[in-house]
Design a protein around this ligand. Sequence first.
Ligand code: LLP
Length: 420
Amino acid sequence: MDDSYYYGEDGLRCEDVVLSEIAGSVGTPTYVYSYGALEKAYREIDEAFSGLDHMVCYAVKANSNLSVLHALASFGAGADIVSGGELYRAMKAGFDPKKVVFAGVGKTEDELVAGLGERILLFNVESASELEHLERFAARHGKRARVSLRVNPDVHPETHAHVSTGHGASKFGIPVEEALALAERVGEYRCVDLIGVHQHIGSQITKLAPYAESVEKSAQLVDELKHRGFDIKYFNIGGGLGIRYKDEEAPSPRELVDAIRPILEALGTGGTKILCEMGRYIAGNAGVLLTRVIYRKRSGGKNFLVADAGMNDLLRPSLYDAYHEVRPVQDGAAAVPADLVGPVCESGDYLARDRDLPDAAEGDLLALMSAGAYGFSMASNYNSRPRPAEVLVKGDRWAVVREREHLADLVKGELVPAFL
Ligand code: LLP
C-alpha cells in the first residue's frame, strides 16, 4: 500500500482525506487517486535517470483521466499514446506535443494524420507497411514524420502472457534484422526522418535481467544504425516496470536504471537522449477503488461478499487473475475466508477469489488497493452499468474528476431507426 493511504482514527485515508467521507458524498463504486502518490512515483523515475539526458513519458493508457494527465504534464512529463483518442486527451490535458510519442501496431490514417498535424515528437513505427503509409500521408499533407523503429528484441519478460510483448512470436515490433533492412529503405522516403529506436517488452516486469538484456540488444541496434550513418537522437526503453500488488519484489526505478546505466551513458555520450514510458509505476499504487458490500451469502460451502463494483469496473482480476489487496475502510475487521464478487452476470465476475478477506457486514466499505493503473481505463458498461466516479485527492482537498455516469449516458448515441 502506498504511504499516501493509511489508517487514521476515522478509518482509511487518502492523504488527509477520510475515504468514507468521499464514499458518503459521491457514492460507490468510486476510484480515488492520490496526487501526492502520482507526483512521488513520477519524480522517483525522473530522478533515477539523473545525469542522463532523458524524458519520462507517461503511458496514458494506464489512467487517462484528464486531471491525472494534467497533473503529469505539470510535473514535466511527456506522454506515450496509442490512439487518436489518447492524442486528443493528451492535447486537452496540456501536454507539449513535442513530448508526445505514439506507439501501436494498428495506427489508422486518421490517427497518423492527427499526429502529423500536432507535430508530435515521434511515431514508434511497428511495421514496414506503417512506415510506407506514414510517408504517403506526410507527403500528402506537406508534413515531416519523425520516426522511431519499435524493435522486438526477442526477450521474454517473465510476466503474465497477456502483457508480454517483447518475445519473437508477438505482434509487436520489428525483428532486429528486419529493422536494419527497413532503415535502409527509409533513405528512399522523402518525408520520414528515422531518428529513434524504441522497445517495450511487457508490463508488470519484476525481474531486472530480461529488461537489461532487451535494452542491451536494442542499444546494439542503435549503435549499428549510427554506424550506418543514421542520426539516432532517441532511444526509448519502453515502460513495464512492475509494482507491488501483494508480495512481489519489484526493482525500483533506480535499480532498473543503474542496471543499464553504462549502456545508456554510452548512448548519451553519442548524443542519444533516453526516453521511457512508464504507466503502471506512476499510477498503479496511487489509486484505489472504493466499493460497498451489498449482500453476504453462503453457497456451496463458500462465503461470498457481494459488492457494488464488478468486473466492468475493475477487470484485472477476471482477465489476468490479478491480485488486488482488499482493505476495510473502517480498520479492525477480522478476516473471513471468502470471495469478493460483483453484480455482473458472469461467474468470472470477481474482485478477489479464495482469499482471507475483511469480515465486512452488509453496507461496509472496502477499498481495492493498487487500482490506479488499468482500473478505470479498462472499465466498461457491460450489463448496462454506468461507469464509476473518479476523485482526485490533494492534501486535505478532493474533487470529483469524472462524474459517475448517468443512465442517459448508457444510451448516448443510440438511435432507433424509422423502420422499426
Ligand atoms: N509502452 C507501450 C508500448 C505499452 O504497450 C505499454 C503498456 C506501456 C508503455 C506502459 O506499460 P506499463 O509501464 O504500464 O507497464 N492492462 C494490463 C497492462 C497492459 C499494458 C499494455 N501496454 C494490466 O492491467 O495489467
